[in-house]
Design a protein around this ligand. Structure first.
Ligand code: HGY
Ligand code: MN
Ligand code: MN
Length: 438
């Protein structure tokens, strides 16, 4: 789909200023926002209550089209770029760099209905509330639905926001292959997106600020009884793919001393990843092996090849690096002791991002203005905001996750909590848009 502007937003009438907009109520209809979320969750390739929307699948495209329609009905204009990032825009009084928000609509297998969607649907509801209040912000406001925040199809997350922020090159995107060996460009074209990937990157300064609303995906806000999280930093994510090669053979005829079992070696590596994270000095390091493919996959065939992925994170880059070094030591030891070969390829190893203090302050001020409690906390999940931070001052707003759960069908945040987050977002964006900074 070419970058398009399918409909121009009607301009709300009557200018406004920071003082007026600060006092104007910006109500968010919690029930209607929840209805949007439930309707969007019906676009899924997993049976309810699970949600699965994988990049460029028909279900992903149908979910996008549904949200485009919500944005149009909310009076926002639409632009879609060459990789599928969608920009929903409310014009401002002055032609200045916009204040943006946004998140993602794709969902990993067996996910819930809140991860990502709260930031897109909540953003649309926030801009609609501003327009309905008759406020014309000094700066334009935009909601972005980023393409491929999840790594499900091509192994690397945030492809749309990385490309937009210049954190991945168009050539490296074109080199991506999915598990069936299909190239990114073929899949993108088949999904109807055309135009050169070179058109996607936006220069630093294109946005005045970027603030993402997201469910916490952790237990802190609920445990502390806090309504709003003002995110201080986003953890540094890294992911790797590992190929363990041993020697196959007959499960009956090959005696134990002769074996070079790839799965037994991989099992030691899986436990080494867990141990490397647990031994971290920060207590914040997390290590996960989420994918393990065993070949030939026969009950009576000794595994000769195992493919693994490793996901490793910490808010402190040095701690993540130290954990990675422990994993590399384990790889050398296991190879030596078991006579296997273990090849590791880095898929991504990104630095952390720190929120802009002005945006953190604006989030806290907006929560206070609504009589809501707030606290500062890091995000251990990564988000599109991690990459938007490279081209604009960044901040995030968290709302609680029940039980701290996410990436599961039973993830939950109440309609009232989401509506509160959307109203804090609306106020924060207005405050940033009306700000006197250039
Ligand atoms: O994995 C993450 O942190 C994000 O949910 N993609
Ligand atoms: Mn996610
Ligand atoms: Mn997310």
């Amino acid at each position: 789909m070419k970058a398009v502007s399918t409909h121009d937003a009607p301009h709300a009438t009557g200018p406004s200023s920071a003082s007026t907009s600060a006092k104007v109520p910006l109500p968010i209809d919690a029930a209607r926002l929840d209805a949007w979320s439930r309707e969007l969750a019906r676009f899924s390739d997993d049976p309810a209550p699970a949600v699965k929307r994988v990049l460029y699948t028909p279900t992903d495209l149908a979910g996008r089209a549904f949200v485009h329609e919500l944005a149009r009905a909310a009076g926002l204009s639409l632009r879609v770029d060459a990789i599928g990032n969608a920009f929903y825009r409310l014009e401002g009084r002055q032609a200045l760099p916009a204040v943006a928000t946004g998140s993602h609509l794709d969902a990993i297998p067996n996910a819930g209905r809140f991860d990502g969607t709260v930031g897109v649907l909540g953003g649309i509801a926030a801009l609609e509330s501003i327009a309905r209040a008759g406020i014309v912000p000094r700066r334009p406001l935009e909601v972005i639905a980023f393409t491929s925040e999840e790594p499900t199809r091509f192994g690397i997350g945030c492809v749309g926001s990385r490309l937009l922020a210049g954190a991945i090159s168009p050539d490296d995107v074109r080199a991506l292959r999915d598990a069936e060996g299909r190239g990114f460009e073929d899949v993108r074209a088949e999904a109807g997106f055309s135009g050169a990937l070179e058109e996607v990157p936006l220069a630093p300064g294109h946005f005045h600020a970027f603030v993402e609303l997201h469910v916490e995906q952790g237990p802190v806000l609920e445990r502390e009884g806090i309504a709003i999280g003002a995110v201080s930093a986003i953890a540094a994510p890294a992911s790797y793919e590992v190929l363990v090669r041993g020697e196959g053979g007959h499960a009956g005829g090959a005696l134990m001393p002769t074996r070079r079992d790839a799965l037994c070696a991989a099992a030691e590596l899986v436990l080494a990843v867990e141990d490397a994270a647990k031994r971290s000095s920060t207590g914040d390091t997390v290590g996960t092996v989420g994918i393990c493919r065993v070949f030939p996959g026969a009950v009576n065939g000794i595994p000769n090849r195992v493919e693994l992925t490793i996901d490793l994170r910490d808010t402190e880059l040095s701690a993540r690096d130290a954990a990675f070094a422990r994993i590399e030591d384990a790889i050398a030891r296991i190879q030596n002791e078991r006579g296997v070969t273990i090849a590791l390829r880095t898929l991504n190893a990104d630095p952390p991002a720190t929120s802009d203090p002005r945006i953190v302050d604006a989030v806290e001020a907006s929560a206070r203005a609504l009589g809501l409690s707030s606290m500062r906390l890091p995000s251990r999940a990564y988000h599109d905001a991690l990459f938007l931070a490279r081209v604009a001052p960044m901040g995030m707003i968290f709302v609680p996750s029940a039980g701290g759960l996410s990436h599961r069908p039973d993830e939950h945040t109440s309609p009232e909590e989401i509506a509160r987050g959307a109203e804090v977002l609306a106020r924060t964006m207005l405050q940033l848009a009306e700000g006197t900074d250039a």
